[in-house]
Design a protein around this ligand. Structure first.
Ligand SMILES: [Zn+2]
Length: 137
């Protein structure tokens, strides 16, 4: 069953809202890193490029709404243009939280949207339990 595209409650694509100029890049938390690795495990022609980028990713911005969505950047490259390719989707076994993973220029990871209700904003589900599927055409 296809997952709805990543929109927040105001129907704006979440990934376009994330960058805040005042934010400074930082290391990923272990949970963020494991979550990216889980979403990156979906099969696809970009898989090897994504895996090669994973150790080099840094956090570049969060979401103003209070959810845990975040943008990343391969620290070996300049900030890429914010062009998104939807690579994979995921969800927790209880479907309380959904995930949408995006690639940017050169198939490098750029954004991970975390879609859920405010009551789950602080949840950090074990990435090993997340069901991951390719986003598809
Ligand atoms: Zn948000």
């Amino acid at each position: 069953m296809p997952i709805a595209p990543a929109f927040d409650r105001t129907n704006r694509p979440i990934a376009r809202l994330l960058r805040h100029d005042e934010q400074v890049d930082r290391e990923l938390t272990p949970w963020e890193r494991d979550l990216l690795a889980a979403l990156a495990s979906a099969p696809g022609p970009q898989l090897e490029t994504i895996r090669e980028s994973l150790p080099h990713l840094v956090w570049t911005g969060g979401c103003g709404c209070g959810c845990a969505s975040f943008n990343v950047r391969d620290s070996r490259y300049e900030e890429p243009p914010h062009e998104l390719f939807h690579y994979s989707n995921g969800w927790t076994p209880d479907h309380s939280i959904s995930f949408a993973f995006y690639l940017g220029e050169g198939d490098r990871p750029i954004s991970l949207d975390i879609l859920t209700e405010p009551e789950y904003f602080d949840a950090r589900p074990d990435p090993a339990t997340i069901v991951v599927v390719p986003a598809g055409p």
